[in-house]
Design a protein around this ligand. Structure first.
Ligand code: ADE
Ligand code: ZN
Length: 324
């Protein structure tokens, strides 16, 4: 199999976290922003724990200042994804870094990102995302600007950040606002925290998809609930191994969850931080778990069924993953 050429759907990718280190260094040079401590001697992002990863990520975001910077970033990230066979993707992006919740400013950032996405051969949608550790009040501001700009390429609303902070229920108001605006919903849970975090997220926020959710495997009742309710997991195996959620792919829960009937998809999360890309993910799944083209077609069909896109786009792209 030529893994880079397999057509792919990628639902779980953080735009800022996908920024190549060279891209961030270039902008830092142009703007005179001090990036000391962000890169190691080889030019890779520096972090060791989950909390340090989030801190380095936010430091790197300091160079992303203007709508033009974000437009350039969307172009660079989509070109990279296209080189790994991605034909449909959704980008998480944080309005907190795009005008801090000011609607007029956010619309300018969105216009630049939309123009860049529409010029790409990859079909893309945006999922504005609140950052959990910034708290529920900031999340409401994020949800409001997301709801105001629902439509066009903004088709979902999500939450990332430090899962150990606050309770899922604290974000119910923000998620309700996004739901009422017609946005698809997804939230990180069951990544660094256990099964109870997934259960609380499902109860309080009622998303159709969970970012990661891989620690659901710790609770058989929860696994049964995911199957019953058709909740789709956005699994990022390389990210989970890099962050130490599992020691390696062999012991990762992806195969057991799939075996149990949970709807699963595969993405990279923040590829340069975790030294991964979609080609490597597929190669590892093939070499370690024995996945074949039929398995890849199946997960991509699941992903397109769960995608936050219009029905015409869904059926057009589903046809590319029909196993033919
Ligand atoms: N933001 C970017 N990547 C993330 C991850 N893996 N978990 C939580 N928040 C994130
Ligand atoms: Zn993520």
């Amino acid at each position: 199999m030529n893994f880079s050429e397999i057509a792919k759907t990628e639902l779980h990718l953080h735009l800022e976290g996908a920024a190549p280190p060279a891209f961030i260094r270039q902008l830092a040079g142009e703007k005179g922003v001090n990036m000391e401590g962000v890169f190691d001697a080889d030019g890779a992002y520096v972090w060791t724990t989950f909390v340090e990863f989030l801190a380095t990520y936010e430091r790197a975001c300091e160079v992303l200042k203007t709508p033009e910077d974000f437009g350039r970033l969307v172009s660079a990230v989509l070109a990279e994804q296209a080189s790994h066979g991605v034909i449909y993707t959704e980008h998480f992006l944080a309005p907190d870094f795009c005008g801090g919740g000011d609607l007029v400013a956010w619309k300018e950032y969105l216009a630049a990102m939309t123009e860049a996405a529409e010029a790409s051969p990859v079909e893309a949608r945006f999922i504005p995302t609140c950052v959990r550790h910034m708290g529920p009040e900031q999340a409401k501001i994020t949800a409001r600007v997301s709801a105001e700009t629902a439509g066009g390429l903004v088709t979902g609303f999500g939450m990332g950040g430090d899962e150990s902070q606050f309770a899922a229920a604290d974000f119910a108001y923000a998620f309700d606002m996004a739901r009422e605006a017609g946005l698809g919903l997804t939230s990180h849970a069951g990544e660094v925290e256990g099964a109870s975090s997934v259960r609380e997220t499902l109860d309080a926020l009622r998303p159709s998809r969970i970012g990661h959710g891989v620690r659901s495997i710790e609770d058989a009742d929860l696994v049964a609930r995911l199957v019953d309710e058709g909740v789709v997991l956005e699994i990022c195996p390389g990210s989970n191994v890099a962050l130490g959620v599992f020691p390696d792919l062999q012991s990762h829960s992806i195969a057991a969850l799939r075996e149990a009937g949970v709807a699963i998809t595969v993405s990279t999360d923040d590829p340069p931080y975790f030294h991964t890309d979609m080609t490597s993910e597929y190669r590892n799944l093939s070499e370690t778990l024995g996945w074949t083209q039929a398995d890849f077609d199946a997960i991509n069909q699941t992903a397109m069924q769960a995608a936050f896109c219009d029905e015409a786009t869904r059926s057009r792209l589903l046809a590319k993953f029909n196993g033919a």
